[in-house]
Design a protein around this ligand. Structure first.
Ligand SMILES: Nc1ncnc2c1ncn2[C@@H]1O[C@H](COP(=O)(O)OP(=O)(O)OP(=O)(O)O)[C@@H](O)[C@H]1O
Length: 807
């Protein structure tokens, strides 16, 4: 009994506990009352009382705000003004407010969210999130802001998991989830179909992921959809104001924006810190070891090895032995920063994210001239853009930004070719000169040759004047082609070697000495530039991070507005007070058909209905498409989005039930499930939310397929009768059985119809896609059979003809 009591205590169910207590008491006092008399007190003090306290706390919290229980420690206070999808009460201008909106849950007032309140966050993840963000408040903010890039950096958190946490946090914040409005699987797939289309307009994965957080809100939380409407309206106005060229530019910039890459673990490979004492080694290892290799050196040989293995050596102290020259010494270890040791580290963030940052800055620049959506493009942003644009992909000068670096790079690139070319010209001149010469030796010269002196020496002497002249001209040509400075000109003096040879060759040692000198100059210049740039950019990282976040968030609303503009959508008018359940649509176009066939090929449909209606009509007349379109409009309207119609008015809803065409005819399983579903809908009709009756739309498409036609008509009639009794239900059933349903219905039900007049010369149905009010339309399947017969041949035509004869 104690065990059971304990289990009940753990699950905090006071009524079960009291029941348990009651049973125990009976058992105990009637049967085993000779047990210890303190048992009764024990049960009450240790199980009933704590349970009552906990339960009463929970009940207080639910009745107060539906927010989470207050606790100690950190929390994010959320006020309507700082919610990501702002819960700011801004009544849409399209709202027909004939009275106060349905009582929203108290989520709109200040409340607190703790990490553990968010579904999916256990103890370990809670700790990791706090460790990563520095505090629980920051972690909660990050979740509510949907900062997926940062969340993905939390240990063990995949993108999928981070997205799911963001959705859960969003749900915790608003108190509602998509499932509160979308009550059937088909309603959910309609919503997912819309999201899929919407996501195609997103330029960044951030925006695409964010779209999952845009859900249809029930009547009691339409304040949240107002915030969405406001955002989309602002961005639609922006799109209207932009020129086609600007739109192309914005689209291009947005497509370049990627999640920011972090540089925390960057390792500098060409630098090393040498320590000559254990103390310095340990401190340097701890402070800089993550980014720069640190070595404890104890002898000159080791020291020399490190000097030659690394381009740059950093010291905080000197050894007792001699060491090579060429190191960077930092006297004040404590105050030396990583950026001072390796300026390229702080530059790395800008290098790695250069494309994204430039795109964001250019986007900010273009938006600043067209709107006030971004906080203006300041002189600081312009400077930042200039600085970041000057870098190449390694943080060096980008081509065209430093004339001297460009000149030096040109030399490196063209030196070998220029030397070879000059050597070729020189050789040719020498050849010409030699072939036009004769050599006459005097007696002394002949004696020299005979005593072993090389004839080349004598020839060289003879032609040296010419050679010097030609060589000088070749060097001057090199100087001019490579735009060499005086000191560089001096360095190429021996590029053709010391001796006169023909053909003339390039002295590879001299050439590589020269190139080494030029490369050193480039490196020196790059290092100085990096140092200067990293100093200028230090402290700008946070500005850049918020700029990128702003650009990503811009993409969310800009893409949503782009989607709305592409399908010429308009904002609906939602009636929140009227007792009537209705919708009224003018010139609507099914989004899925528009996507498939193109907007201009879809015929606009107008239709309005209230309470309970049957929509009858011709096969292929567009009933399913219309029902789907109305579902799209209901969902989008409750999301705060515009709808694909010239105008759309509706009574606000809490729930949407959509039953698509049943796939299994005469399937007992499908039949039973459908009846159970409707029983659930009717049961819920009687439930109240926040003291208000639940307003719902129930759309069903050809429900008759669930069983044989006669029985179907009876079942549907029964369902419609039940819905007629519910003033809060907006019911629209598409059916080919309007007449038998009416016969079986004890209450009058409105029937509208889509009727076809025949086939046109292209065998298209001549049909008015907008239903005629109070009209039972014939299904006229014979028209479709006729169409198939006329458009086919051979065996197919024989088959269709046979069917045709049946009518
Ligand atoms: N508004 C429209 N504009 C253009 N084409 C349409 C429109 N509505 C429907 N169609 C076309 O008609 C086809 C059939 O439409 P739909 O399935 O909605 O008709 P239905 O009345 O439900 O037919 P059935 O009673 O046979 O199930 C669609 O696939 C589409 O190609």
């Amino acid at each position: 009994m104690i065990t059971t009591a304990f289990i009940l205590y753990r699950i905090n169910r006071i009524y079960l506990l009291i029941l348990h207590g009651f049973v125990c008491y009976n058992l105990h006092f009637k049967i085993v009352h000779y047990f210890h008399p303190a048992y009764k007190t024990f049960i009450f003090v240790f199980f009933v009382l704590p349970s009552m306290i906990t339960e009463s706390k929970q009940m207080t919290f639910v009745s107060q705000t539906n927010a989470q229980p207050q606790g100690t420690g950190l929390v994010r206070k959320i006020s309507p003004s700082n919610q990501t999808v702002s819960a700011k009460k801004s009544v849409s201008e399209n709202r027909l407010e004939t009275g106060p909106a349905g009582a929203p849950e108290d989520r709109g007032t200040d409340f607190e969210i703790r990490l553990r309140d968010i579904s999916g966050i256990g103890l370990i993840l809670e700790k990791r999130l706090i460790a990563h963000f520095g505090s629980e408040e920051k972690a909660v903010s990050s979740l509510l802001d949907g900062n997926i890039q940062e969340l993905c950096r939390v240990e063990g958190l995949t993108k999928k998991a981070a997205l799911s946490l963001i959705l859960n946090a969003s749900k915790e914040q608003s108190g509602v989830s998509a499932g509160d409005f979308l009550k059937t699987k088909e309603a959910e797939s309609l919503y997912l179909g819309i999201l899929k289309m919407l996501k195609k307009y997103c330029h960044t994965s951030f925006a695409s992921d964010y779209m999952d957080r845009l859900i249809p809100y029930p009547k009691c939380r339409l304040d949240l959809s107002d915030a969405v409407s406001d955002k989309i309206k602002t961005h639609m106005m922006l799109i209207d104001a932009l020129s086609g060229d600007d739109i192309d530019l914005i689209d291009g910039f947005l497509s370049q924006i990627m999640p920011l890459k972090t540089t925390a673990a960057v390792k500098i490979k060409d630098k090393a810190i040498l320590a000559f004492s254990e103390k310095t080694y340990l401190s340097a290892k701890e402070k800089f070891g993550k980014n720069i290799n640190v070595y404890w050196v104890s002898n000159p040989q080791e020291c020399a090895d490190y000097f030659s293995a690394y381009t740059s050596v950093i010291l905080f102290e000197f050894p007792e032995f001699d060491m090579p020259d060429g190191y960077d010494y930092f006297r004040d270890f404590e105050n030396t920063t990583l950026e001072q040791l390796a300026p390229e580290i702080s530059l790395d963030f800008f290098v790695q994210n250069q494309k994204t940052l430039i795109s964001c800055l250019k986007l900010a620049e273009i938006l600043a001239t067209n709107s006030n959506i971004f906080n203006g493009f300041s002189a600081e942003s312009a400077l930042l853009l200039n600085q970041i644009s000057k870098m190449d992909s390694s943080g060096n000068f980008a081509p065209g930004t430093d004339a001297e670096t460009d000149r030096l790079n040109f030399i490196i690139k063209n030196a070998d070719e220029t030397f070879l070319k000059a050597a070729g010209v020189l050789s040719k001149k020498m050849e010409e000169s030699l072939s036009a010469s004769t050599l006459t030796l005097d007696g002394a010269q002949m004696m020299k040759v005979m005593s072993g002196v090389d004839l080349r020496e004598i020839v060289s002497e003879k032609i040296s004047k010419n050679y010097r002249e030609y060589a000088a001209s070749a060097l001057s040509e090199i100087t001019s082609v490579l735009s060499l400075k005086k000191e560089e000109e001096f360095l190429i003096g021996d590029v053709f070697g010391d001796e006169i040879r023909c053909p003339v060759s390039v002295n590879s040692d001299a050439a590589s000495r020269f190139k080494k000198h030029i490369s050193a100059q480039i490196a020196e210049r790059a290092a100085a530039y990096k140092k200067k740039l990293s100093k200028e950019l230090s402290g700008k990282k946070e500005v850049c991070e918020s700029l990128v976040l702003a650009a990503l968030e811009f993409d969310v609303w800009y893409s949503a507005a782009g989607f709305a503009a592409a399908y010429r959508m308009t904002f609906p008018k939602i009636e929140t007070k009227s007792n009537a359940s209705f919708f009224s649509m003018a010139s609507g176009k099914n989004l899925f058909l528009s996507q498939k066939y193109g907007l201009s090929d879809v015929v606009p449909v107008s239709y309005s209905a209230e309470s309970v209606t049957i929509l009858s009509g011709v096969n292929s007349g567009g009933k399913t498409s219309l029902l789907e379109l109305l579902g799209q409009c209901l969902i989008l309207a409750h999301m705060g989005f515009p709808v694909p119609a010239e105008s759309f008015e509706l009574s606000a809803l809490d729930e949407f039930y959509y039953f698509g065409k049943s796939k299994g005819t005469l399937d007992a399983g499908a039949f039973e499930t459908t009846l159970r579903n409707f029983s659930g809908v009717l049961r819920k009709s009687k439930e109240k939310k926040n003291g208000q009756e639940t307003r719902k739309a129930i759309f069903a498409d050809e429900l008759e397929a669930i069983t044989e036609p006669g029985a179907s008509a009876k079942i549907i009639a029964g369902l419609l009768e039940a819905f007629c009794e519910d003033a809060n239900a907006l019911t629209l059933f598409v059916s080919h059985l309007a007449e038998p349903i009416l016969k079986n219905c004890s209450v009058p039900v409105q029937v509208d119809g889509i009727e076809a007049e025949g086939l046109d010369e292209n065998l298209n149905l001549i049909v008015n896609r907008s239903p005629v009010k109070n009209h039972i339309a014939k299904s006229t399947p014979e028209l479709i059979v006729e169409k198939l017969f006329l458009s086919s041949s051979g065996d197919d035509a024989v088959f269709y003809e046979r069917l045709k004869k049946k009518f």
